[in-house]
Design a protein around this ligand. Structure first.
Ligand code: FMN
Length: 340
């Protein structure tokens, strides 16, 4: 992995220093780029919020061979971690490869690792279509995330997802503030609950599940659930939407307590190790997503880098589960955490 990090550093040097820990300090304020918005605190708070939960080890039990297998609406995953979406990898990652090549490699790497790939949206339809062209027969394991356009402007994107056999589509509502999108369309921005309900209906009518990404407040989580979403992702967009938010691990428990029995809860932001995955699951997420470190792994050794990355993460998770007495994902609970 040291080798691939060196290679990645060379390939993404316009936007990312490939720091020993990807924590948002060196890249604070760098958007376009890999950073968090403004002061960078929303990004950094993701890591500090996770670190505030300490792990309570357990050694007297029989969970010696933990199972990290997860179920995602019938799809069996080898670990409860998905690759998070990135919209424009040239502008944001400083990549030397076009976004659709990134998508292609991500899909291959995730497939080998036994998990789900995702991709993001752009104002123009053509780049989205180029991403879809890389889906091939992997639709069930690829989730496109669209920007919060008005429902009628999402029709062609949803149609394309259904044509490619995608099992689910998402909308990252927390992208509502991105000026680049607001400049191109008045239909873009924050969405009232009735729009989400309509999007759920449109997505279900095409045989797909609907995921809302970017929930941070319990009130929004309740509205999303009332609108019928199949899943919500507790996320602050990697700290890129609005400055000075809490870290996601800080708000996750209250959201899980409020709606965890009514929808599939996922969470992302600052997850870097198997112990972090364990923390997110203990706090109420059933699955987590990781963005920046996956992008680095991919630039280090293309699809092999992605597979290597997830393989290493899975081994870390196995070890973390073994040393906290968790035989499987369902047995991970808040009992393994102490507040710092
Ligand atoms: C460069 C970059 C581009 C991103 N583009 C998108 C996007 O197009 N759509 C989306 O839903 N999230 C996007 N995100 C947010 C990630 O999907 C994810 O929620 C977040 O980065 C997770 O935090 P992590 O990077 O600390 O793992 C982007 C994040 C980064 C760093």
């Amino acid at each position: 992995m040291a080798d691939y990090r060196e290679k990645a550093r060379e390939r993404v040097k316009k936007c990312c220093k490939v720091c020993p820990v990807c924590n948002g300090k060196a890249c604070a304020g760098q958007i376009p780029g890999m950073g968090g918005i403004g002061s960078g605190m929303s990004f950094q708070n993701n890591l500090t919020a996770l670190a505030a939960y300490r792990i309570l080890p357990r050694y007297l039990h029989e969970a010696n061979d933990p199972d990290t297998g997860a179920d995602f609406w019938g799809q069996k995953l080898s670990l409860p971690v998905l690759a998070a979406p990135i919209g424009n990898v040239i502008a944001n990652v400083g990549s030397d490869m076009p976004t659709e090549r990134y998508t292609e490699l991500l899909i291959k790497g995730c497939r080998e690792a036994g998990t789900i790939a995702t991709f993001g949206d752009t104002p123009q339809f053509e780049p989205v279509a180029r991403n879809f062209a890389k889906v091939g027969d992997n639709g069930a394991m690829v989730i496109p995330f669209f920007k919060p356009w008005a429902p009628d402007d999402l029709v062609s994107r949803l149609d394309m997802a259904a044509e490619h056999g995608c099992a689910a589509c998402g909308v990252d509502v927390d992208a509502a503030g991105f000026p680049i999108f607001r400049r191109v369309s008045r239909s873009y921005g924050v969405r009232p609950g009735r729009d989400i309900a309509k999007l759920v209906e449109m997505t279900h009518a095409r045989g797909m599940k609907f995921i809302i990404k970017g929930i941070m407040a319990v009130a929004d989580a309740r509205i999303a659930v009332d609108c019928g979403v199949d899943s919500l992702i507790v996320s602050n967009h990697g700290g890129r939407s609005i400055d000075c938010t809490p870290g996601t691990a800080e708000v996750l428990p209250a959201i899980a307590d409020a709606v965890g029995d009514k929808t599939l809860i996922m969470a992302d932001g600052g997850v870097r190790t198997g112990v972090d995955v364990l923390r997110m699951l203990a706090l109420g997420a059933r699955l987590t997503l990781i963005c920046r470190p996956v992008a680095i792994a991919l630039h280090g050794d293309e699809e092999n880098g992605v597979e290597l990355y997830f393989g290493d993460l899975q081994r870390q998770l196995v070890e973390a589960m073994r040393l906290t007495g968790c035989a499987n994902l369902a047995s991970i609970s808040r009992e393994i955490l102490c507040r710092a």
